[in-house]
Design a protein around this ligand. Structure first.
Ligand SMILES: [Zn+2]
Ligand SMILES: [Zn+2]
Length: 298
């Protein structure tokens, strides 16, 4: 079946992508747009697989009605942003694998609800086939999740190791695309300032390291790994710089029990009140971070 053949291509692309999603646009049995066409297109934080495939297929033509007679194959149900462009482009048919609620376990946030029924009301003649090869597409997402878990374990250890070597037993790093782009200092502070928290130093060094400097929100798609749950001051910096994920080891309570007093306002509570979609992985390798606190107590 042709749909299956093309869906396999979309799934293959999802395996090779930075994020585990792939999409193609097909016209008259030919692939005319692919989600791995990123190099041809200006990189953007909005470059979802479907958006790249659509832009690639348009080849500079106007979006409006530009893809009449085309089918979009996507390894995952398209999000609202992509659906808007699917409608503008007047694509005839969408075939996708995994439903959105399954993919929403990912740190780069996708809403965990479907709006396809609303789209269907607006455009009743749009054909939608969901769940095609969904197990294969989901496996790519699960494998990606495992990879992220392993990466989290590796990088939280780097932050904890930094905490063991630092003047105060706290360490933090900022990671983007598997690269450490900012880290807290293991040097004795020249003078005591109120900014010496590990997270602030790591965030500041990451912002200084990246070239596309904005005034705020520089650190999209970045993960902050910190040996201890961030305080309110550091949470402000996390929100302001648009960090997408935070992985921490010890809790503020642990810091209070074993080392130094901190005010117990949790990042989880702060994020709940904000409009930010920050994924938080708490208490990863917490015991290792507590061990560092205990050693300093001696
Ligand atoms: Zn999307
Ligand atoms: Zn702090």
């Amino acid at each position: 079946m042709n749909d299956e053949k093309f869906m396999k291509i979309a799934i293959d692309l999802s395996k090779k992508a930075d994020f585990p999603y792939g999409a193609i646009v097909v016209k008259d049995g030919k692939v005319i747009g692919r989600s791995d066409a990123k190099t041809k297109i200006t990189k953007s934080i909005f470059d979802h697989a479907e958006m790249i495939a659509i832009e690639d297929a348009l080849e500079g033509k106007s979006l409006y009605g530009g893809l009449k007679g085309c089918t979009l194959y996507s390894s995952c149900e398209p999000c609202m942003m992509c659906l808007e462009n699917i409608l503008y482009s007047e694509i005839d048919k969408i075939v996708y694998g995994v439903d959105i609620p399954f993919s929403s376990i990912y740190y780069h946030h996708i809403e965990d609800f479907s709006v396809l029924d609303l789209v269907k009301k607006i455009k009743p003649d749009l054909q939608i086939i969901g769940g095609l090869l969904k197990d294969e597409a989901l496996k790519v997402i699960m494998d990606h999740n495992d990879k992220i878990k392993k990466e989290d374990e590796k990088f939280i250890d780097v932050a904890i190791d930094l905490s063991s070597k630092s003047f105060y037993p706290f360490g933090a790093i900022v990671v983007r695309n598997g690269q450490i782009i900012g880290k807290s200092s293991d040097k004795v502070p020249i003078k005591e300032t109120i900014y010496t928290h590990a997270e602030l130093i790591a965030i500041e060094s990451a912002v200084n390291n990246i070239k596309d400097y904005l005034s705020r929100g520089n650190l999209h798609e970045c993960t902050l790994y910190t040996s201890c749950e961030p305080c309110m001051m550091c949470s402000e910096a996390i929100l302001a710089e648009g960090i997408s994920r935070v992985v921490y080891a010890a809790t503020i309570e642990d810091s209070n029990n074993y080392f130094i007093h901190e005010y117990p306002v949790s990042l989880e509570e702060i994020v709940k009140r904000s409009n930010c979609q920050i994924k938080i992985i708490p208490e990863l390798h917490r015991d290792k971070a507590i061990k560092v606190f205990k050693e300093r107590q001696k």
